[in-house]
Design a protein around this ligand. Structure first.
Ligand code: HEC
Length: 129
């Protein structure tokens, strides 16, 4: 049987969206290089200068056991999700005044979105969700 136009269109749509997704994740992984001096994520991630970022999607701000947060970050009333992260990462000191984090931020919205897409994949144990 020959594929009709609808099937071809559907196939092309699937191919293009999965390619776009793959690109977002790899762009996000590249962008994460800017965080690596202080943060790690994935299997075997450990707290460093900054807290490890596994399970960040839905994690309460400042809630990780075993990491020595500033009072500002520990007591911040936020739960991490895409909107909160986007707002925070463009200027961390503005979103959490008094944070000890020395990082000017990521101003580019597409870059920040790709970075979130990359980070949110990792569950609490560092495995992809
Ligand atoms: C120079 C070191 C440094 C860099 C670079 C850095 N961070 Fe941080 N980050 C920290 C520190 C330190 C904290 C804890 C701040 C506190 O306790 O006030 C933190 C906290 C965070 C938190 C809050 C975690 C929580 O449990 O509430 C997130 C999310 C975060 N950083 C994401 C990022 C991302 C994404 C990047 C890269 C774009 C990045 N950071 C770059 C040092 C850094």
């Amino acid at each position: 049987m020959m594929a009709n136009e609808f099937q071809i269109a559907a196939l092309l749509f699937c191919l293009s969206t999965s390619a776009a997704l793959a690109q977002d994740l790899s762009a996000g992984e590249t962008s994460f290089r800017k965080c690596r001096a202080c943060h790690s994520v994935g299997v075997g991630a450990r707290n460093g200068i900054g807290p490890l970022l596994n399970g960040i999607d839905g994690r309460r701000c400042g809630s990780l056991d075993g990491y020595n947060y500033s009072d500002a970050n520990r007591n911040c009333p936020l739960t991490w999700n895409e909107a909160v992260f986007m707002d925070y990462i463009k200027d961390p000191k503005l979103k959490i005044p008094g944070t000890k984090k020395l990082f000017s931020g990521i101003k580019d919205e597409t870059e920040a979105r790709n970075l979130w897409a990359y980070l949110r994949q990792f569950g609490r144990d560092g495995q992809p969700k």
